[in-house]
Design a protein around this ligand. Structure first.
Ligand code: FAD
Length: 317
């Protein structure tokens, strides 16, 4: 019987969705090992975060009240010490910017194997089988790790844990070596696009190369405004400099899971679909009925965006 330690993620005072998804992933693993699921909540408003994360399936929550924002050294030191204290078999972290920052350092400190960006996890208690996607989701690989391991999970692959739990919540007395803290977050500066985080949006109006030129982008923005939605895009739009990088959906952009994703003039290349296939309802507007996006769309509008988009905007205004 061995335990699982899952690490939660937050930024600028807000828990990230993956913090709830990691509970589901961790619980599934803990059920397979027959052990407990421990959650680590490090930095930020830890008591408030711990209350919010006390969902069904969590056995124990360990809080470490040290600083407001993510810090590589604090996370690495804390998780290493929690591993020594709790002796879990698996340390599971989000495959987020933060997770990818500290997870390899933790694996290195603990001399454990690591698999990143897992989209599936299974164990028989001895061998961990982690599934990863390659070539933009065209093939899947299975990676077998013996014994203890560190694994980072992709966001939006596991459902969020629901239901109120009855986990114990305890402050963990981490022995932080302040002299070893080599960097500190002093502030945030958004790279264009204001404060928008498309991965948190409920409705996304996403624009692709079918829009033809930058001067046509306001058409999309007007529809987004009418729908109270957020604008996102495929990569060529960002590569052209028509929208900032934080609007890009896909393999080299962001993974999004809105209630509604409206793909306008987007073909549905595997690298794009990798970032939006978890959307609840997909609407595609495309002049090509054979575009791959039409196959995965719940509503496929086979028509010219320059006719459809203004008509939709008028309808919803
Ligand atoms: P296109 O493929 O050119 O599609 C345009 C679509 O618009 C077509 O389907 C066309 O029928 C339609 N259209 C044209 N005119 C109209 C009209 N008037 N009305 C309606 N429809 C119209 N791409 C991403 O998006 N995100 C990523 O993160 C990403 N990462 C990548 C990583 C790597 C390593 C590589 C190699 C590629 C990556 N790509 C990514 C690029 C990806 O392969 C595609 O090139 C890109 O997604 C295509 O963008 P698009 O659909 O906007 O353009």
């Amino acid at each position: 019987m061995t335990d699982v330690l899952a690490v939660t993620d937050h930024r600028r005072g807000e828990l990230r969705d993956v913090s709830y998804e990691i509970i589901t992933a961790g619980r599934e693993l803990a059920d397979e090992t027959g052990g407990d699921l421990h959650l680590a909540v490090i930095s930020g408003t830890v008591d408030e975060f711990a209350d919010g994360l006390n969902r069904e399936g969590v056995d124990a929550i360990h809080t470490v009240d040290h600083g407001e924002e993510f810090n590589h050294d604090i996370y690495t030191q804390t998780i290493t010490q929690l591993y020594d204290e709790l002796a879990p078999q698996y340390v599971v972290t989000p495959n987020s910017v933060n997770g990818l920052d500290y997870a390899p350092a933790v694996a290195n400190e603990l001399d454990l194997p690591i698999v990143t960006d897992a989209v599936g996890l299974e164990t028989d208690g001895e061998t961990l089988i982690a599934t990863r996607e390659m070539y933009g989701g065209k093939v899947e690989t299975t990676n077998e790790l013996e014994g203890d391991a560190v694994v980072t999970i992709r966001s939006a692959e596991w459902p969020k844990a629901e239901g109120t739990g009855d986990a114990s919540i305890e402050a963990f007395d981490a022995d932080i070596d302040e002299d070893a803290i080599g960097s500190t977050v002093t502030g945030f500066e958004e790279v264009g696009g204001g404060d928008v985080d498309i991965s948190e949006a409920d409705v996304l109006v996403s624009v692709g190369r079918g829009i033809e030129e930058e001067d046509n982008i306001p058409l999309i923005e007007e529809l987004a405004e009418a729908l109270d939605a957020t604008v996102s895009s495929s990569r060529p739009i960002v590569d052209n400099g028509w929208l900032p990088k934080n609007r890009q959906v896909g393999q080299s952009g962001k993974v999004v899971t809105p209630d509604v994703y409206i793909a306008i003039g987007i073909s549905g290349a595997v690298q794009h679909v990798a970032g939006m296939k978890g959307s609840d309802t997909i609407v595609a507007i495309n002049t090509d009925p054979n575009a791959p996006i039409m196959d995965i769309a719940d509503y496929a509008i086979h028509d010219d965006l320059f006719d459809v988009v203004p008509a939709l905007t008028e309808q919803f205004q």
